[in-house]
Design a protein around this ligand. Structure first.
Ligand SMILES: [Zn+2]
Length: 304
């Protein structure tokens, strides 16, 4: 495979930038990562370091076709981003594509990170009709419907984390009260089961629940019920053929899938209508530690 047939994907997050070189069929040829420095120059410098590491892994030859997934509001046509608060980007449009193109000579496209990960889930799973549910710091979904990425009129398709489910609930960062994200997200899980030592909160909670610790069982089941609520919304609003769970919490693996499937079946027990939808049977997790966001960013040019 020639380098000219490959693409680079950069998954820019608040804590790290993960880069991957992908060949035409989605195979990862090289990977690198660096802790993210905030602000426009920090992001550019970190991305450049990641690209240099990738070039080193390929004997100095880097593909001149770069796709970026980044949080915030993205103007794809201009390759600009704003309101990526955790990255130190405010309301001014930051011309990320042009600035990185100036440094590298590459063609650069910029996409919202959830859209990139959703496209990556499509490539990796082979599913043409799917919802990708990201259980990261927040809760959000992306869609590929009949082979087409659904971004939404305002780019807000799948922002189900901010559907209020408890009008008397706590204030959310979005200004509403009782959003679903406050019950079903990595942040919600950390709040319910604070990290102790090196083990991530999700892993620690599920291990304690598996060991039969009553408080952990209750916290796990409450979390799983919230995720099941999110999946029920996706099933009833969009009815996708596959529902794929990803994001940091998905590293828990099979125990997460089992808990969410059990919650879905419990919700369906009293409703023949819901049971007939078979939502639990549509669930899957992305395999292992694959860099879904970077793979999707590299290949999302195909999404149109
Ligand atoms: Zn909210």
């Amino acid at each position: 495979m020639r380098v000219s047939d490959m693409r680079v994907g950069l998954d820019i997050g608040a804590t790290k930038i993960l880069g991957a070189v992908i060949d035409a069929d989605g195979t990862v040829v090289a990977q690198s990562r660096q802790d993210t420095l905030p602000g426009p120059d920090g992001i550019l410098n970190t991305a450049t370091t990641v690209l240099d590491l990738l070039a080193g892994a390929l004997d100095g030859a880097l593909p001149l076709d770069i796709g970026i997934g980044i949080p915030g509001i993205v103007d794809r046509r201009r390759g600009t981003v704003s309101h990526a608060v955790n990255l130190g980007l405010g309301g001014d449009w930051f011309p990320l594509a042009d600035r990185l193109a100036d440094r590298t000579g590459a063609t650069v496209i910029v996409e919202n990170d959830l859209n990139a990960a959703t496209w990556g889930a499509h490539v990796l799973s082979g599913a043409d009709d799917l919802a990708y549910l990201s259980l990261g710091t927040g809760l959000a979904a992306g869609f590929v419907l009949s082979g087409t990425l659904r971004r939404g009129f305002h780019g807000a398709a799948g922002e189900i984390g901010h559907v209020p489910v408890d009008p008397g609930g706590p204030l959310c960062s979005c200004g509403q009260h009782g959003c679903l994200e406050l019950r079903a997200s990595g942040s919600a899980l950390s709040a319910a089961w604070p990290a102790q030592g090196e083990v991530p909160p999700a892993g620690a909670l599920f291990a304690a629940a598996a060991a039969g610790e009553p408080a952990a069982v209750a916290a796990r089941d409450r979390f799983a019920a919230g995720v099941a609520d999110a999946i029920r919304m996706l099933g009833l609003a969009v009815d996708p053929a596959a529902i794929i769970i990803g994001g940091g919490v998905a590293h828990v693996g099979e125990p997460l899938l089992a808990a969410v499937a059990a919650a879905l079946r419990s919700q369906a027990a009293a409703s023949p209508f819901l049971a007939a939808l078979g939502l639990a049977d549509r669930l899957s997790l992305l395999p292992g530690e694959l860099p879904v966001g970077a793979i999707g960013a590299a290949l999302i040019r195909n999404a149109g």
